[in-house]
Ligand binder design. Structure first.
Ligand code: DGJ
Length: 710
């Protein structure tokens, strides 16, 4: 019996007499359960094509060096080691070998007991005499019974500006594939996350009401294309639990990987958890683990950023920027971010048709380079940051004219998308160039302490001159490895620079890429009504410190409402500060002050999702709360998005101590004076809750609840 104790839940594996690996148990007692029947009868731990159930797709499908299509893995060894990074937890490996070929497969299980998150990945080692081709190469495979009312929550939208679209539905019998494509910003289309409410052992009523207690959460830590595969088998008795086989990893569509002898292939790591405290437990686990393991400098409060993108796009000059920097400083913001459009000499970057790849400041817009901007920022007591898109090139650029063969392409003319092409980082010279972009922009300008790293088109013509003809499709995986290596290099060379991850918005919102960054741009869609729903979904997996949320004019909503929505994420502005009236500026000042007073509780506290804008019959309202985890402070946000069709709910703040007295102030940001101030005990606030005060669409309230010491 091989036991994986993930912290409050776990799994057990064992090999049968032939050596085939089976999953004996999974769940809250999964690491302690004993087998009750012969191992042979338990589900395969990692189904292989040609060995397991012939009526199901497999986690591993390989063509061996001699053309053999089947794989039969047999148990070889298992090891358990304390983690090598000094953290609490165990790294368990289970190694199997094909019974005919020298193809080794090692399953890795890395536990994070304090958060209850388990990371699982698979390493495939080719010891055969020739190359093997990997057709399916999942990271994790599991089998479990789910109730007929089980529900799945996935996050697939229509693409750009529609990230994190929440969609919950039942799990019908059949095969369901949830995949993303495009390679560079695939999470625009589908965030690589899943929630599974198992409804196992629950009544149909409680499951239908969303009260399942057993919920699994998954995060595929991969910047490239991802895939979840769910295979549901009905039971003979229609009311009985169904067998679900779930697999997750990189999407192998069009991405057969040719692996040379002596080489190994490591799949993405999938982070997953099993909560017995409903979705709330999944969120707690993922936030805890994100802070403990994933995030760079988790204790560092993220700054209030003013970005010029929505304000100016590429139409600016030095004077305009200096004016905006002054205004951002006066407002109390902490970073001024100069976005796209600052570069290009032969081909000035006045729109997105040209200049990308030429990283010298445009002499017409910035005749003195960054220096005057950095000085202006210093005078305004604000940090300065800028924008790069190092992985891309416009055909109309000096770079492309000098190196037309540096792009991802095949023998055809490469297809333009947003008038640009993808540079191929698997070509050594290209990787060297991309590193050089950072040396040029950051090395030459030590006053830049914040950088937004963008990537704005997918791969449409996969092909690489660094790869032989028979392994062109390796590019989908190799591109991720090469880009992550580049990011690692930048972090190592410029550790003090704060990095924002962006890809046409939220195209790279994944825990794998985030390990190199401080935060990400959640979406280009900053319409506050849409954002409330996106942030609701995103915050099930990521803390607010990561989730950049800026105030803009999108949707033409009231400014105080836009501010209130951005305040529940990592707060900032993308609005033209020069175009604000005095009243509007006052709203922004109040929002900045509120963001600063509550930065610790919002960014580092615990979120409670209180009133859902994405599930139920009435999606007109939303409420979330952040609490400090020591019962001293809680901030509650309530949003009225549309006209309501149901009676108002009460809002129950969380994380308060029942016996303590709290001061409760409420604002809508329209006045320096609180709308209401009151005292109440933790018991009153928790049990009776706050009355829903809103009815008009696009209005908001923010309550700050502070232990008064009485
Ligand atoms: C896409 C990003 O999401 C935007 O915020 C902006 O940086 C543009 N790219 C600039 O081209």
């Amino acid at each position: 019996m091989i036991r994986v104790d993930a912290g409050g839940w776990g799994a057990t594996y064992a090999a049968d007499e032939s050596g085939r690996l089976h999953q004996i148990a999974l769940g809250p007692q999964g690491h302690t359960t004993e087998a009750t029947t012969d191992t042979f009868w338990y589900p395969d731990a990692y189904p292989c094509w040609g060995d397991s159930d012939p009526f199901r797709t497999a986690a591993l499908r390989v063509t061996h060096h001699d053309g053999t299509l089947t794989t039969r893995l047999r148990f070889e060894s298992t090891e358990r080691h304390p983690r090598d990074d000094g953290r609490e937890g165990i790294h368990t490996t289970i190694t199997c070998l094909d019974e005919l070929f020298e193809l080794g497969v090692t399953h890795h299980f890395l536990t994070h007991p304090s958060s209850g998150v388990l990371e699982t990945w698979t390493e495939i080692v080719n010891g055969e005499q020739g190359p093997v081709t990997l057709h399916d190469y999942d990271s994790v495979s599991l089998a479990m019974l789910v109730g007929t009312q089980a529900r799945l929550t996935q996050f697939g939208g229509s693409g750009w500006a529609d990230e994190w679209r929440w969609s919950t539905h039942g799990l019908d019998p059949g095969l369901l594939t949830l995949a993303s494509l495009g390679g560079v910003q695939p999470h625009l289309q589908r965030a690589p996350f899943l929630l599974l409410d198992t409804a196992a052992g629950e009544s149909a009523e409680s499951a239908a009401e969303g009260n399942d207690t057993e919920v699994l959460g998954f995060s595929i830590q991969w910047m490239g294309n991802t895939r979840f595969t769910l295979d549901v088998r009905p039971a003979a008795d229609p009311g009985a639990p169904r067998l679900l086989s779930l697999r997750a990893g990189a999407n192998p569509y069009g991405a057969d990987y040719v692996l040379d002898p002596g080489c190994s292939f490591v799949t993405p790591s999938v982070a997953w958890t099993w909560s017995s405290d409903a979705r709330r437990g999944v969120t707690r686990s993922f936030h805890h683990w994100t802070r403990e393991v994933v995030l760079r400098e988790p204790q560092r409060l993220r700054p209030i950023v003013v970005n010029n993108w929505e304000a100016t796009e590429m139409a600016f000059d030095e004077a305009r920027l200096v004016d905006l920097i002054d205004r951002a400083g006066a407002l109390g913001a902490e970073v001024f971010l100069l976005d796209d459009g600052w570069f290009g000499t032969t081909y000035p970057r006045d729109d997105d048709t040209q200049g990308l790849g030429d990283w010298d400041p445009d002499p017409a817009k910035l005749p003195n380079g960054f220096d005057p901007l950095v000085h202006a920022a210093q005078s305004a007591d604000i940090r300065f940051g800028t924008w790069v898109e190092p992985e891309m090139v416009n055909p109309r650029s000096d770079l492309f004219e000098a190196h037309p063969d540096w792009v991802v392409r095949d023998a055809r003319n490469p297809r333009e998308h947003r008038q640009q092409l993808v540079l191929d980082p698997t070509i050594d010279a290209v990787a060297g160039f991309e590193i050089g972009v950072f040396e040029q922009v950051l090395g030459g300008n030590p006053g830049i302490s914040y950088l937004k790293w963008d990537a704005n088109r997918p791969i449409t013509d996969p092909g690489s001159r660094s790869l032989p003809a028979d392994r062109q499709a390796n590019l989908w995986v190799d591109n991720v490895a090469a880009t992550w290596a580049l990011m690692d290099d930048v972090v190592a060379r410029q550790p003090e620079v704060e990095l924002m991850l962006c890809a046409s918005g939220g195209g790279r919102n994944d825990h794998g890429t985030l390990r190199r960054f401080h935060e990400f741009w959640t979406s280009d869609n900053t319409d506050p009504v849409a954002r409330v729903r996106m942030q609701w979904a995103c915050s099930h997996f990521f803390p607010a410190s990561v989730m950049a949320a800026h105030v803009t004019r999108w949707g033409e909503r009231p400014l105080e409402f836009a501010c209130a929505v951005a305040l529940s994420g990592r707060f900032g502005f993308d609005i033209d500060l020069a175009g604000l009236s005095e009243d509007e500026l006052d709203v922004c000042r109040r929002a900045v002050a509120l963001a600063k007073r509550n930065a610790t509780v919002i960014q580092q506290g615990w979120i409670e999702h209180l009133v859902s804008p994405v599930e139920g019959d009435d999606l007109s309202r939303a409420a979330v709360a952040y609490d400090s985890n020591d019962a001293t402070r809680c901030v509650v946000f309530a949003y009225q998005l549309e006209d309501s069709t149901s009676p108002p709910p009460r809002i129950h703040p969380a994380g308060l101590e029942r016996s303590l007295t709290y001061e409760v102030t409420c604002t809508d940001l329209t006045s320096d004076r609180a709308l209401t101030t009151a005292k109440a005990t933790g018991a009153e606030l928790t049990t009776e809750g706050l009355q829903w005060p809103l009815a008009t669409p696009c209005t908001a309230r923010i309550w700050e609840i502070t232990a008064s010491g009485e």
